[in-house]
Design a protein around this ligand. Sequence first.
Ligand code: AMP
Length: 417
Amino acid sequence: MSNFHTIKGTHDLLPDECIIWRQVENSIHSIMQQSGYGEIRTPIFENTKLFERGIGTETDIVTKEMYSWIDQGGNQLTLKPELTAPVVRSYLQHKMGNNYPIHRLYYFDTLFRRERPQKGRQRQFYQFGAEAIGSANPEQDAEIIAQAYNIYQEFDIKNLNVRLNSIGSADIRPKYLDKLRSTIQSIKHELCKTCQERLKKNALRLFDCKNSNCQDLIDKHAPLIFDSISEDDHVHFDTITLILDEMGIPYIHDQKLVRGLDYYTHTTFEITSSVLGAQDALCGGGRYNGLIEQLGGKPTPAVGFAAGVERLILAIENQEKIPKNIDVYLIHMGDKVTPTAVKIANDVRKYCGKIVILETLRRSLKAQMREAGRSSAKITLILGEEELIEKIIIIKDMKTGHQEKVPLSELIQYINS
Ligand code: AMP
């Protein structure tokens, strides 16, 4: 065994796992493209300041979890820990907003966060997500929620739970935060250290605390932001719920669901599934009408979501039952036969579009037969010296066990028929 291992919180994806990964990836591409979303790929590292400004200096990601370094040229760089900030950076850098009033972008990409690894929580992980930049209307929020929901439905994920809320527009925030701070001030000493800090720096994040004592206190004392949103914000929220009802997407209005960053406005949502256990969050998203301006652009409305790929794959039930999809196993015996066998494998791939496994270990007939059975191939082709002389090949149907001889010159036609 080698002395080298994957770094804590990272993992290899081996061929059997990649079968399901590839299927997930294909579905994501097709669902996104069906709705007119275009794929975007941004570099694996960016300027550290982009994340500080884009995610917020008080967040766990920026304070504790980024892989950052200074390169030989003195540049402060960071492996990307999230994708909205890079997508918005790209949107601004390429002046996309000047060419067209709306941009619908999606990604499937790898991220890095130095978190405590556990099932469903890694240090290198994948996310897919979508960002719709340009529309302030509620149908855009509903479409984004539906995009995420449709992907989970496509894979028949059980016990899905969509939670939805509105934190209103930015102008209601200062008054609400004053009210929140003054109410919580009297019970401040009963809160955890982190919440006491949050109260000072970003009080909305009090709602994100996982400590049960803090949760009880917040439940009991904190005013809810939903009770402070404006009439227009209510109309926006009600229209989204109306569209979701129309689409048959079930949701729960969770008035404690806030995304505690300055640039979030209006809609916040999360999709969870209890099949995942402790790390039950499949995806999170919302409207971020303030971010584009915060990163140096004109005020531009936007809404999006980000979803964990590892979590989706964990949630896919019975994934080991997914067939390997091998069509043909090609058995051959004898040195003289090998060149013809390799050519046949190549031709069947090329002219029949089949997945063909070619024996290259020169094992005994019995061992090759055993391997063909194990491979779950639909048919096995058998070519020995006798068959080569007679210019035929044996075809065995692995389901029925039926065997027949076919002239080599007719093999392609036979498989295609
Ligand atoms: P976030 O970008 O924190 O809003 O996360 C969006 C989604 O990404 C979550 O709902 C999870 O499904 C997934 N996710 C976040 N952090 C991790 C991680 N460390 N490992 C695996 N998946 C993660």
